[in-house]
Design a binder for this molecule. Structure first.
Ligand SMILES: *Cc1c(COP(=O)(O)O)cnc(C)c1O
Ligand SMILES: [Zn+2]
Length: 448
């Protein structure tokens, strides 16, 4: 294993403070801004080509080689091997979606779905949690907490058990899909249901972690985002190390999109790729802070000189109106995305764009994805709903190669699925047919 040469750095250019990785921080103690994990690459032995990483995959008996996160360990080299936690995360593959592509009028060979629902807790969050809990183990944390719309809590509870930490979940009352809540309870997390929404939980959990010195595993945690970079490495792996034209991801707290941008600029800087794909981030219309700030208010990364006044004015208006986000896609029902600034940087790096889609469009897209045998939860389907817009307005060409990140498993939110089909909420509904308990009539129905 190569030498560990990583440190934490504040993203605010006016501050730029740096901190050792043995410090537990989820914000810059000097200015309060977000932190990045940075690497001294010249001190790390990074493989000469990306295909070298794939050689580890068949090595099932080495738990780190077999992990879809840690087989890329030189690209997130902040933690000694013996501290790394793995429960077999990242065994996800890029699936070619020919039927869906044809239905969308695309070249059928060019649409791919990265099904992160296949992770141990059923969402992409495990990629980040394995990294965060490895760091937690490294700094000898004893107790962890998160605010969650559901999947973060499921992943946290699972990884906390794997390494013996206490886990406390803050969820908004009535704001969680049952499949997810059931996991947090089953894995033994202490669950506190707060009278409020996700944004309220997010504020409370930060104060609790500051006051009680608890390890925060929301995506403010810069180590978590390091693990999520590997979703992009696996997409490249699935394309035999070719670069797709577009990555499409849903936008909630914007940790995923932030980490994707970081993954690509680091690979480019290391000379491991020669171009960066474009990034499309899809919001739900009822939680579209990013869309409004970027498309309407023209908020930009601006070489790290972000116009904070625009952000503050926007949030001021939300406060004044008592605004609460609302969407069926509970995983992205967030109006104050904590990684907003890092996401602006990812948009800059990847020449990215942002769109919003309605709940009805999300549910239709979800049913279309499901129809071809690869389900997902509503937030994940925002990708395909967004892709339809981008194809229609010519932003994405029919022959471009696209990888959509399906962030969560179809069984996470069975209510949304059952309601769509049984209540015939859209053109792709596949409702059950009622039959009498009579063989002839059943056969007649099956011939119909
Ligand atoms: C957390 C989550 C999201 C949102 O990801 P961010 O990184 O917060 O933008 C989207 N889909 C699912 C299924 C999630 O669990
Ligand atoms: Zn700072």
């Amino acid at each position: 294993m190569s030498k560990i040469a990583a440190y934490q750095k504040c993203i605010n250019p006016a501050c730029g403070a740096t901190f050792d990785c043995m410090q537990t921080l989820f914000e810059c103690p000097q200015c309060g801004d977000l932190l990045d994990i940075c690497y001294e690459w010249d001190k790390t032995e990074v493989p000469a080509k990306l295909s070298d990483f794939a050689k580890r995959w068949p090595n099932r008996l080495n738990r780190l080689d077999f992990s879809g996160v840690w087989r890329f360990r030189e690209l997130l080299n902040f933690c000694p091997d013996e501290k790394k936690i793995s429960v077999g995360e990242g065994q996800t593959i890029l699936q070619q979606a020919c039927g869906l592509a044809a239905e969308l009028g695309m070249n059928p060979h060019n649409l791919f779905l990265q099904y992160e629902g296949m992770n141990p807790s059923g969402s992409f969050k495990d990629n980040g949690m394995t990294a965060a809990f490895s760091h937690a183990a490294m700094v000898k944390a004893v107790s962890s907490a998160c605010a969650s719309t559901g999947n973060t809590s499921a992943a946290m509870a699972l990884y906390a058990k794997a390494c013996g930490l206490k886990a406390t979940v803050f969820i908004g009352a009535g704001k969680i899909a049952y499949g997810k809540l059931s996991q947090a309870m089953d894995y033994g997390a202490y669950t506190i249901q707060i009278q409020g929404d996700f944004d309220d939980c997010m504020r409370q959990v930060q104060d609790v972690c500051r006051k009680m010195n608890i390890y925060l595993v929301n995506s403010l945690n810069p180590f978590r985002l390091e693990g999520q970079k590997t979703i992009m490495y696996r997409i490249l792996e699935g394309l035999n190390w070719q670069i797709p034209d577009w990555i499409i991801a849903p936008g909630g707290n914007l940790g995923n999109s932030s980490s994707f941008g970081k993954a690509f600029w680091e690979l480019k800087a290391l000379g491991l790729i020669d171009r960066v794909p474009r990034l499309a981030i899809i919001n739900a219309a009822g939680a579209n802070t990013l869309t409004e700030l970027v498309n309407d208010h023209k908020l930009r990364w601006n070489n790290s000189h972000i116009d904070n006044a625009k952000i503050n004015a926007y949030y001021g208006k939300l406060d004044a109106a008592g605004y609460k986000p609302h969407t069926i896609a509970s995983a992205i029902e967030i109006s104050r995305p904590v990684n907003l600034k890092k996401c602006l940087r990812a948009l800059d790096v990847c020449n990215g764009i942002v769109r919003s889609v309605t709940d009805a469009e999300i549910l239709d897209a979800k049913a279309q994805i499901g129809k071809f045998g690869l389900g997902c939860e509503p937030a994940s389907a925002a990708t395909i709903a967004g892709l339809k817009y981008l194809l229609a307005d010519g932003t994405i060409g029919k022959d471009e190669r696209i990888a959509c990140v399906l962030t969560g498993h179809v069984l996470k939110d069975p209510d949304a699925t059952v309601n769509y089909h049984s209540k015939k909420q859209g053109p792709f509904a596949n409702a059950p047919v009622q039959a009498p308990n009579d063989l002839d009539k059943i056969i007649a129905l099956m011939k119909a």
